[in-house]
Design a protein around this ligand. Structure first.
Ligand code: NAP
Length: 309
């Protein structure tokens, strides 16, 4: 019985140390280490190399190190008949909420614009917008979307959200499914995407959708690059239907140097770092699942294979 950590960044040792700090009795290995692959029953993964999950004959669970699981379904060799779990964590949600709040406030108060003017030594007041006048629409009212909705309401924004199933959240108007998408979009002035990336949501941020937003709307994509049709966004920014966009995620990360987003004056970019799992907070839920796995008890934060999230 052992855990293998499979990641392609430089955080494997940090995760290993964090797991052992909480429970020094477990066996945990980095993918690259020497161990008997027959012993591995849990794979703790983040953007693993394709094919790597096929090497463990006794694997019983695939645990994503983050909230998203799209990278697991993208690996056509992954044994997705096994239980797949993901991270559900209030700190991850709070970090996302703070990131999006910062972007929205910067947009309302023209902070980016003034930074550009500052470098050009231009003194030019620009009419600011007020929180109370603004309708924020959130695509995806799951763990992260709901936390954001609640925080935006506390700040005084008008908030609405769209999801597969209708939600009951105080002071948040909830829209459900394809049939209500157009109505939701028609009154959304700042659109925030917090959907999981699935076959249904791939490319959802496209020209057809943008055209249904009011002229001058602002778009924030903090979910996955695959949600956005890049050229459609550029076209809608250039023809001034959209006033700007903030992006944290991209089709290919890091974004290639020749991509037009880098130099587009209406695109604000961050390097996929809106919110990341903090080992301090999420290791306990992983170890709890590891314990449950040994005892054959139901796992926490299971992903639905049929829904893909
Ligand atoms: P979640 O709890 O699974 O919530 C997903 C929400 O999207 C749910 O409300 C779901 O509706 C809705 N949804 C899914 N497919 C839909 C569809 N086809 N039509 C309408 N609504 C749909 O996910 P989460 O934990 O909030 O995370 C959301 C995503 O954020 C992750 O998958 C990940 O890609 C991204 N993320 C990004 C970062 C970053 O740093 N940029 C960090 C963490 C996560 P129901 O509630 O009705 O099922």
């Amino acid at each position: 019985m052992a855990i293998v950590i499979i990641r392609q960044d430089n955080k494997t040792q940090e995760w290993k140390n964090a797991l052992l700090a909480v429970d020094s009795s477990i066996e945990v290995y980095a993918y690259e280490e020497d161990y008997d692959s027959n012993d591995i029953d849990m794979a703790l993964i983040w953007k693993h190399p394709e094919g790597s999950l096929t090497q463990f004959p006794n694997l019983k669970c695939i645990a994503s190190n983050g909230a998203g699981v799209d990278f697991i379904f993208e690996d056509k060799t992954a044994p997705i008949h096994l239980p797949i779990t993901r991270i559900v964590d209030s700190y991850l949600a709070a970090d996302m909420s703070e990131h999006v709040l910062a972007l929205i406030l910067a947009y309302l108060k023209n902070i980016e614009h003034y930074k550009v003017d500052q470098f050009k030594k231009i003194w030019k007041p620009i009419q600011y917008k007020r929180i109370a006048d603004f309708n924020i629409g959130i695509l995806g009212l799951g763990t992260l979307g709901q936390a954001l909705a609640n925080d935006l309401v506390k700040f005084g924004f008008k908030v609405q959200g769209w999801s597969n199933s209708r939600k009951k959240i105080d002071n948040v108007e909830s829209f459900e499914g394809q049939a209500e998408l157009s109505k939701f979009l028609s009154t959304t002035e700042v659109l925030v995407c917090l959907l999981p990336l699935t076959d249904e949501t791939y490319g959802i941020l496209n020209k057809k959708l943008f055209k249904q937003l009011p002229k001058g709307a602002y778009v924030i994509n903090v979910a996955r690059g695959g949600h956005l049709v890049d050229n459609d966004l550029i076209e809608m920014l250039d023809n001034e239907h959209l006033s700007g966009a903030s992006l944290d995620v991209y089709h290919k990360e890091p974004l290639v140097k020749h991509h037009p987003f880098w130099e587009h004056s209406k695109v604000h970019m961050t390097p996929h770092y809106a919110s990341v799992s903090d080992t301090k907070f999420v290791v306990p839920q992983i170890l709890e699942n590891y314990r449950r796995l040994q005892k054959n008890e139901p796992l926490l934060n299971l992903v639905s294979k049929s829904k893909g999230y």
